[in-house]
Design a protein around this ligand. Structure first.
Ligand SMILES: [Cu+2]
Length: 156
């Protein structure tokens, strides 16, 4: 029995000195009440909360985008591929130069869209919505029709 006691003692020693996993040190958890929502100038009435990365710099980013029913992202494109996951709400989208809602594809909550770099597309929210958007920075939005870009309008 002595060998057993020694083995158990060894095991106990080994496990007690092994570092306990410390998830708090390497996982960054952001609960909804900690998200910092700011207005998205390109699409008035909507807001974004950056969760990871820096939208203005090269490298991966993740942000949430939310807005009311009727939110319209007029035909536009991005320099890099956009990964779009609708977390809640309902919408329509289409790869198109024109805002042809009659040809829109339904985007229900849970739907994912991969929009290739520079592809022209639009989105219309039919209900209040929240979406998760991922990609490679810097993130940009180029409207096909400059009249759709509120940023290009001179201040009153
Ligand atoms: Cu887009």
């Amino acid at each position: 029995m002595k060998w057993l006691a020694r083995t158990l003692l060894f095991a106990a020693t080994f496990y007690s000195v092994a570092p306990a996993p410390s998830f708090a040190d390497d996982m960054r958890l952001i609960s909804p009440d900690q998200m910092k929502w700011v207005a998205l100038d390109a699409i008035p009435g909507t807001e974004i909360a950056v969760l990871s990365g820096d939208l203005g710099k090269p490298g991966p980013f993740v942000f949430e985008w939310r807005g009311p029913a009727g939110t319209k992202a007029a035909p536009h494109w991005h320099t890099n591929t956009e990964h779009f996951l609708l977390l809640s709400g309902n919408g329509m989208a289409r790869m198109s130069d024109t805002f042809d809602v009659q040809n829109g594809m339904p985007v229900p909550a849970g739907a994912y869209a991969e929009v290739p770099a520079k592809m022209h597309h639009w989105f219309l929210a039919q209900t209040p919505f929240v979406a998760l958007i991922e990609g490679e920075g810097p993130f940009d939005i180029h409207f096909i029709n400059s009249a759709d870009d509120p940023r290009s309008k001179a201040p009153q």
